[in-house]
Design a protein around this ligand. Structure first.
Ligand SMILES: O=C[C@H](O)COP(=O)(O)O
Length: 304
């Protein structure tokens, strides 16, 4: 996975960003008019969705046993018979990562020992990001020290809502430093940011501050991952890659529970960034329920 070195804070570049909400809605309407892949192509994309999935459990009643079961599923996401029917050898398919709260990092690491599946931990006051900055930084430090290879930090929405981009930049930069060698995914909570321009600016600020990935949502907002918000983020990632040559990852998360939703996200990323972005290094789904529906659709494909 590539590391984002970040850029110095650039107020002028942030203020210069304006995105027309109606233009985004229009572009999404045109995109959704295209049919989704069918047949074997559809099955192949669904397998890619599994490989790019951060298989997630973020519940107050999580236990080590539940996390062990999740990790077993991350190692072997589909039943052997289905895998075989799809032409894949045992062990050829795994999820991109397992995503848990800090308290579940240790059981996840134990359950994933010997595999190369990374543990991602949500952090920085997840899901609202409203605890003191020192507490949020310490949480990131502790999760990295506990062995999380990826840290999903949430931004404090009020900085974006009030246009305090410097404070947002400084905080994400501090999380980046606290994460050490771990990769940082910055969660924007786009459903709470209100406008396309704000989503674009928050995306750019997190990228400037050194986020390796930008992620739509925590899964806990009233509005989670939406295609219009995703489109805005993808275009910021594209512009950044054009200007700097640095590839930032993208993680839609929250409410993505059906195979058709997953396919739509994959096709949107392919349209905006190209197929080279559709690898676990640059693209992840954050999802707690998606795998069940993807499995059902693959079973139906094999049975057809
Ligand atoms: O980061 C991942 C999200 O919390 C997952 O949301 P979900 O439970 O709606 O799939």
């Amino acid at each position: 996975m590539t590391r984002n070195p970040g850029l110095p804070f650039d107020a002028a570049a942030i203020e210069a960003l304006h995105v027309d909400d109606s233009e985004i809605e229009r572009d999404i309407a045109a995109f959704t008019a295209h049919p989704l892949p069918e047949g074997r192509e559809r099955a192949n994309w669904l397998l890619e969705a599994i490989a790019c999935m951060d298989l997630t459990t973020l519940a107050g009643d999580d236990t080590p046993e539940r996390v062990e079961q999740l990790c077993a599923r991350a190692r072997a996401p589909l039943p052997p018979t289905l895998l075989q029917a799809l032409g894949l050898a045992p062990g050829m398919l795994k999820t991109g990562a397992v995503c848990v709260y800090h308290a579940m990092i240790a059981p996840a690491l134990t359950a994933l020992a010997g595999s190369d599946i990374p543990v991602a931990a949500v952090s920085a006051g997840f899901p609202a990001g409203l605890s003191p900055l020192s507490t949020r930084i310490a949480e990131v430090t502790e999760s990295a020290a506990a062995g999380a290879a990826e840290i999903d930090i949430v931004i404090q929405r009020r900085h974006a809502l009030s246009g305090d981009w410097r404070t947002l930049y400084d905080e994400v930069r501090a999380f980046r430093e606290a994460a050490g060698q771990a990769h940082v995914k910055a969660i924007l909570a786009t459903g709470e940011l209100g406008t396309a321009t704000r989503i674009a600016r928050a995306s750019l600020v997190c990228i400037m501050a050194g986020a390796d990935f930008i992620k739509t949502s925590t899964g806990m907002e009233k509005v989670n991952a939406t295609l219009p918000a995703g489109l805005v983020m993808l275009r910021i990632i594209r512009d950044h890659a054009t200007r700097t040559g640095i590839r930032i990852g993208f993680k839609p998360a929250g409410g993505i529970a059906s195979a058709d939703q997953a396919l739509a996200w994959l096709m949107l990323v392919r349209q905006e960034l190209g197929e080279e972005w559709l690898t676990p290094d640059l693209f992840r789904f954050g999802a707690s329920r998606l795998l069940d529906d993807v499995e059902r659709h693959l079973e139906a494909h094999v049975a057809a």
